[in-house]
Design a binder for this molecule. Structure first.
Ligand SMILES: Cc1cc2nc3c(=O)[nH]c(=O)nc-3n(C[C@H](O)[C@H](O)[C@H](O)COP(=O)(O)OP(=O)(O)OC[C@H]3O[C@@H](n4cnc5c(N)ncnc54)[C@H](O)[C@@H]3O)c2cc1C
Length: 404
């Protein structure tokens, strides 16, 4: 006999988008279950640098765009959660840095200095005296300027752990879905999804199915063939550096282009090594390079930006990762999060870790508009199903593999 499980809401995908939403929806009284086909947070989320953007990065590049507006409210929401009195209790998540730094290896151009003077008035960005520079810049060879930016950086592995903590009874591991496992009726409504794990299968029914599966949303998009829903992937070639020193740095190096020349965040392995995680323009430019060439480029960039540091003993790892997002005609970055309801299905991408609260709020508003009363709950058939593992921090994962 067919085994059946039911909940008001079924979410596919346990990255930041699915996990944030799971917490919010359960708090609202709906019954929710989440299925994850890999490790929780193991898609883009555990590869993110943990920066809770407030939009100033875009503004600093002279682009007061919709991007900047969309993320402007996010730091307040995250800070409330991190202090334990927000929409989700994230008081167990360490803040790695209360601020980021913006630096130029040379003196800032007059255009930028003019903008920063304006921005400094808003108290978001502050020019720093030399004795307040991060230690790594307090060196006689450093000839640039440093500004502080009041945007925090959080520990993403702890974030995943805290979002999962209270929901272990609602999260289940499955094998990757195929489109034939989605059963539609004649009106195009998704009647059920059959999920598999270790030779067992359960047909899952819900009032609303929500797909926050990152790149995995592609399966359902192919099936839906909806003119307003398509996905793009924008690759990055990120670099991790196991550094032979313990300078902590959370900083963007400003170049002449629209993106930081390099963005550095600092993390620590369990055995206590310091890791510099490199993103920004170097990760965009590195997409066409193989990993050895990307590592060579990263070494040269670090040697040129920090000539007083010795990277010859540092271990480097480079890896490619796709950002999965709604398709943009320009092929560029989407301006904000994306959510679209088609019948009883929702397809969503946050497009930034920082935008997960906004995405969840938008979905909740849409569900209220659909007036979804709590109704279904029967997960007995899933009782013996395993919970997916939590993703290992990317620096632990990568340094066990290929090191140069
Ligand atoms: C290198 C990098 C650095 C970044 N840094 C930052 C940053 O500092 N700040 C910031 O705000 N944003 C950052 N971002 C963006 C941010 O990480 C992403 O926007 C965000 O993590 C996307 O979350 P998600 O939940 O949509 O997707 P994902 O994290 O990819 O999660 C999707 C999940 O769905 C699962 N899945 C896939 N298919 C299925 C299926 N069929 N059934 C069930 N589960 C499925 C996957 O295994 C995965 O766990 C960064 C992105 C990258 C790539």
């Amino acid at each position: 006999m067919k085994k059946v499980a039911a909940a008001d809401i079924v979410i596919f995908g346990g990255g930041i988008a699915g996990l944030w939403l799971l917490n919010r929806l359960r708090a609202s009284g709906l019954s929710v279950i989440l299925f994850e086909s890999g490790a929780l947070g193991g898609g883009q989320t555990h590869k993110s640098q943990g920066i809770i953007h407030g939009g100033m990065k875009y503004a600093l590049q002279g682009m007061l765009t919709k991007d900047a507006q969309a993320v402007a409210d996010m730091p307040t929401i995250w800070n409330q959660c991190l202090q334990g009195h927000g929409e989700i209790d994230l008081s167990g998540v360490p803040v790695l840095s209360e601020q980021q730094y913006l630096w130029s290896p040379h003196k800032f151009t007059s255009k930028l200095t003019g903008f920063l003077a304006g921005a400094a008035l808003t108290s978001r960005v502050k020019a720093l005296p030399k004795d307040k520079y991060p230690t790594v810049f307090q060196h006689s060879h450093f000839k640039g300027d440093v500004f502080s930016l009041d945007e925090i950086v959080i520990d993403v592995p702890s974030l995943i752990r805290e979002l999962v903590k209270a929901n272990q009874d609602a999260i289940f591991k499955i094998e990757p879905l195929c489109d034939e496992e989605l059963k539609f009726d004649d009106q195009g409504k998704l009647v059920s999804a059959t999920v598999y794990m270790s030779g067992k299968s359960v047909e899952v029914q819900a009032q609303q199915f929500i797909f926050t599966a990152g790149a995995g949303n592609e399966i359902v998009i192919r099936k839906l063939k909806h003119p307003d829903i398509a996905m793009q992937r924008r690759p990055l070639h990120m670099v991790l550096v196991k550094a032979p020193f313990d300078y902590s740095l959370y900083a963007h190096c400003l170049g002449f282009g629209p993106r930081p020349r390099i963005t550095i965040t600092t993390h620590h392995t369990q055995e206590g090594s310091t890791i510099w995680y490199l993103g920004g323009q170097i990760a965009e430019d590195g997409v066409g390079r193989d990993s050895q060439t990307q590592i060579k480029a990263a070494r040269e960039e670090l040697n040129s930006l920090f000539p007083w540091l010795n990277f010859s003993d540092a271990e480097f790892v480079a890896f490619m990762v796709d950002r999965a997002e709604p398709l943009q005609k320009s092929g560029l970055k989407p301006e904000s999060s994306f959510t679209k309801i088609v019948g009883n299905m929702t397809i969503a991408w946050p497009t930034k870790l920082a935008l997960a609260p906004k995405l969840a709020e938008e979905i909740i508003q849409q569900l209220h508009a659909a007036q979804l009363p709590p109704q279904f709950f029967d997960t007995r058939e899933l009782r013996s199903w395993p919970m997916p593992p939590l993703a290992r921090p990317i620096w632990e994962d990568m340094f066990c593999k290929n090191v140069a």
